[in-house]
Design a protein around this ligand. Structure first.
Ligand code: SF4
Ligand code: SF4
Length: 159
């Protein structure tokens, strides 16, 4: 995404997720306490992922850099950061907005596309194949459905 090549209405449309609920104005209240980082499971396993850093990059207007950086997808949306932020900053929701924007730009991990296709076609994030079924059978477990029809119908109805 190159915001510099967009017109003002196009920029507003691109940033609409971030502009809602006064997300960005609230960010000015961040005083770098690092509480969000201390409770973040993604930061625990990946030292380069820091929600505080993401908030600060946003304050510096580095939206494009964030959207182009696949590390935003490390966020699990657990909401821990929002629970502890003393300034009430919607850290998790802001990162979700960034993901939505990145998705619209076609910038997301390829494995997510596979999961998305599986959800659309079966209602499940992982489609059990014959190998899985045989393993279950060998372990004495009952067979499982290879799709959830109601979920597929529901997804089709909200297209
Ligand atoms: S919502 Fe994302 S950024 Fe916030 S604590 Fe959970 S993993 Fe970390
Ligand atoms: S917890 Fe809130 S105030 Fe503290 S660094 Fe994170 S976003 Fe900023």
């Amino acid at each position: 995404m190159d915001l510099s090549k967009k017109t003002e209405p196009e920029i507003k449309e691109t940033l609409k997720d971030l502009l809602k609920d006064d997300f960005l104005n609230r960010l000015y209240a961040c005083f770098e306490c690092g509480q969000c980082v201390s409770v973040c499971p993604a930061s625990r396993v990946n030292s380069t992922f820091r929600p505080r850093k993401i908030m600060h990059m946003l304050l510096f207007g580095l939206v494009q850099e964030l959207i182009n950086d696949t590390s935003i997808w490390l966020c699990t949306n657990c909401y821990n950061c929002e629970e502890v932020c003393p300034q009430g900053i919607k850290v998790s929701e802001i990162i979700t907005s960034l993901k939505n924007m990145a998705y619209r730009e076609g910038n997301f991990p390829s494995d997510m596309k596979k999961q998305l296709d599986a959800i659309k076609s079966s209602g499940m994030v992982y489609i059990l194949d014959d190998f899985d079924m045989k393993k279950r059978q060998k372990s004495g477990l009952p067979p499982l459905s290879q799709g959830i029809d109601d979920a597929v119908k529901l997804l089709e109805s909200v297209k």
